[in-house]
Write a protein of this length. Structure first.
Length: 213
């Protein structure tokens, strides 16, 4: 596995502002979302990140993730990966949780009840597992005698989506995918998955300090 996986959720979209479930609909960034991506790029260009020059960069093919990646300064290095697409919400695409609970399923919770006509949580987790498995094949395994994985290959940067990245974090830690419910993640937030004595760990989570938050 890589030394670190740097996770970036895409910047703001009109649907992220209203809380609409945004799966495969290619909703673009708002101008505020573009400013968020630029601010993230300034942060990652400075110490201690220094532009992550040795990192391998992957992005979801959807424009909100790809544009965030480009505006942050990583577009020329980024490789699109289909495994990083957001959860397919099926019939609940574009709808908010309160609307679904009011008109379809009282008490509905996506992590427990899923979405009609879309992907099962287990299917999203399988995509994430396949992606993490590919990193394992490319980057090797950790050394349990070190607190971090400095002996491993270079870092990986992932530009993707809120639910997808939360599920990836749960799976990185060896937890069931529904545990992702407990990881809140804001737009343009920076998070880091790494190692502690050879075991997967969370080094940084939901950091939006580059946005003044």
């Amino acid at each position: 596995m890589p030394a670190r996986i740097v996770l970036v959720r895409h910047g703001e979209t009109a649907w992220s502002v209203t809380g609409q479930h945004t799966g495969r609909t290619d909703v673009p960034l708002t101008e505020e979302g573009r400013e968020m991506a630029r601010a993230l790029g300034v942060r990652l260009a400075a110490a201690p990140w220094n532009g992550l020059p040795e990192a391998t960069v992957f992005t979801s093919p959807l424009s909100r993730a790809r544009e965030t990646c480009e505006l942050a300064g990583f577009g020329a290095r980024a490789v699109d990966r289909e495994e990083l697409l957001e959860w397919d919400y099926g019939q609940y695409e574009g709808r908010t949780g309160p609307d679904i609970r009011a008109t379809d399923q009282p008490g509905w919770l996506i992590w427990r009840d899923g979405v009609p006509g879309g992907e099962k949580l287990s299917e999203v987790a399988a995509r994430v597992d396949a992606f993490l498995g590919s990193l394992h094949e490319e980057h090797g395994t950790p050394d349990p005698d070190t607190t971090t994985m400095h002996c491993a290959d270079h870092d990986v940067v992932v530009f993707a989506h809120g639910h997808l990245l939360r599920i990836m974090t749960a799976r990185w830690l060896g937890l069931p995918p529904e545990f992702a419910q407990r990881f809140k993640l804001g737009t343009a937030a920076l998070s880091v998955l790494s190692w502690e004595y050879g075991a997967p760990a969370v080094e940084l989570w939901n950091d939006q300090s580059h946005l003044g938050r």
